[in-house]
Design a protein around this ligand. Sequence first.
Ligand SMILES: Nc1nc2c(ncn2[C@@H]2O[C@H](COP(=O)(O)OP(=O)(O)OP(=O)(O)O)[C@@H](O)[C@H]2O)c(=O)[nH]1
Ligand SMILES: [Mg+2]
Length: 288
Amino acid sequence: MGGSESKGASPPEFNSPWRPMSWEKGVLEQKLRDFNLNKSKFQFVRILVVGEVGAGKSSFINSVNNAFQGRITSGALVDGIGGTSFTKIYKTHYIEGKDGSPLPFVFNDIMGLEDKESGAHEQDVIKALRGFLQEGYKFNPASPLSPNDPGYRSNPSVEDQTFCLVNIIAADKVSLMHDGVFEKLKKIRQEATNLNIPQVIVMTRPDLACPLVKCNIRKIYTSKKIKEKMQECSNRLGIPMNHIFPVKNYHEEIDTNNDMDVLILKAVDQIVNIAADAMKEISHGQHE
Ligand SMILES: Nc1nc2c(ncn2[C@@H]2O[C@H](COP(=O)(O)OP(=O)(O)OP(=O)(O)O)[C@@H](O)[C@H]2O)c(=O)[nH]1
Ligand SMILES: [Mg+2]
């Protein structure tokens, strides 16, 4: 028996999860609802999502909102066809709290990156990091925004700046991504590093990379395929594994569900805390 086992293909999953995970939503959700930027004079911490066209940026922002609202929402429109970037406008997405006022973290959605001259210009994304893009700015792949253009905010406040750069990478596409897209991501990351802005990866579409996860999302940290894809994201972007969070976005569901929400909220919890720490530094005058 032992002999035939050792000759067979290795099993697709680990015996136990390699990252400990509680599937209890309530505590996590409440922790995020109670999150506040206490003592700091800022109302919002801004989180910017970047990534290749069709990686799931808008879906992630919607999924976060769904997890808080307990229903499917569509604040950030999502592509059903694919191809060139569906999102073309720079927009802030707020999450409504129980009392109707927005939670103190906001997400900015942008146009997707593409190889060569298409997609969002990396200089525009870099401007978004620093708060120079006005709400409603329409991305123009052919020419990045310059200071005299409408859409340019010349005097950004601290709240207009980004405090966590979230790289969205699709698990099923990471191996197929063009070097050109990674080059752009690298330039954006370098600028973020210069500005002391922390960076994470949210790895989307795990269900399309691993059949185990498609059947049962709780297999996310026992699936060898998912760990391998996270490692690939880490290697190609130079972001450590402990800053990579896999999530399955809402895309075909008509109701929310506990396990998807837990992964989404877990990612948000990490992101928000990382962003708040970065913001704290700036209020202590260590930023720039
Ligand atoms: N199966 C599956 N599909 C997903 C997931 N996340 C996103 N999608 C699908 O992937 C496609 C692209 O998603 P979008 O959210 O529009 O991607 P985007 O990064 O905003 O794309 P652009 O705005 O075009 O740059 C859509 O068809 C989504 O339904 C996921 O976790 N699993
Ligand atoms: Mg989009």
